[in-house]
Write a protein that binds this ligand. Structure first.
Ligand SMILES: [Zn+2]
Ligand SMILES: [Zn+2]
Length: 269
């Protein structure tokens, strides 16, 4: 007897943090990358590590024009003949980093569209890119968010969090480490500002206050190299999202900086 195919939406980070971001997402019919902020070589290595080949990719979605998200997008597009998906502003802001690319599918922040079997919802964020977005991937009724470089806790973020089954969620900095760390004041202020990043505490609060019982997997992501540690991010989450963590079958982990995270598997259909 043939077994039925498993209907799963699967996601993992290939690399995560201020040093470079790349998320892999797939369903049984195809895969995409979300951001390509490390080197092409590292992305290929990461894919191999999770048992995938770049030939499974159908495109690269770029959330915004910062180098830790765009770095190898142009190289990967040329090397594997992949279309890029990005907002018009992201294209404007990253043209010089991309080089010559054959195909770019542009959208406006806030647009929803289908791509290779994914229903993609883009969410405009108040981060300081040209036209930055966070996104939700849908398969059936199953919803996974890729929510990094968020600026601050804005209303649409609260709303979307209540609808998710899985989330890659920014947990960028520990305020005490940031204050006592090596960054000059202007850089500290940028990170803390409404157009910068969200802290460990803010990430935990978002989940604690706005996630619904359907949220089962949280991957804390985009940790700062200088102003955070996986241990502090996790401890803060456990301290501030206590009620959420009482939920049945809830899994929380920290996305490793330089290697792939465990695969998030969300059933659908
Ligand atoms: Zn950014
Ligand atoms: Zn970033």
């Amino acid at each position: 007897m043939r077994s039925l195919p498993v209907n799963e939406l699967r996601l993992c980070t290939i690399a995560s943090g201020s040093s470079g971001n790349c998320v892999f997402a797939e369903h049984s019919g195809g895969a995409i990358l979300i951001d390509a902020g490390i080197s092409g070589k590292k992305i290929a290595e990461g894919l191999k590590h999770i048992g995938r080949n770049p030939s499974c990719l159908r495109g690269i979605f770029v959330t915004h024009d910062h180098t830790d998200h765009v770095n190898a997008a142009g190289i990967m597009a040329r090397r594997y003949n992949l279309p890029l998906l990005m907002s018009r502003g992201t294209l404007e802001g990253s043209r010089h980093k991309l080089g010559k690319v054959a195909r770019v599918e542009c959208f406006r922040a806030g647009d929803k569209f289908s791509y290779e079997g994914f229903e993609i919802e883009t969410i405009p964020t108040p981060h300081d890119g040209v036209e930055p977005v966070a996104l939700v991937l849908n398969r059936g009724k199953t919803r996974a968010g890729v929510l990094t470089d968020l600026g601050h806790k804005f209303d649409a973020l609260r709303e979307v969090l209540a609808t998710l089954d899985g989330a890659v969620l920014e947990s960028n900095y520990d305020p005490v480490m940031l204050k006592n760390g090596p960054y000059p004041a202007y850089l500290q202020n940028r990170i803390r500002s409404d157009a910068g990043h969200i802290s460990n505490e803010e990430a935990a609060q978002l989940v604690q206050e706005h996630a619904s019982a359907r949220l089962k997997v949280v991957l804390l992501a985009h940790l700062s190299q200088n102003n955070n540690t996986p241990d502090i991010a996790m401890k803060t989450f456990y301290a501030k999202a206590e009620e959420f963590l009482k939920g049945e079958g809830v899994k929380v982990s920290v996305a490793p900086r330089h290697e792939p995270s465990p695969m998030m598997r969300l059933r659908f259909g």
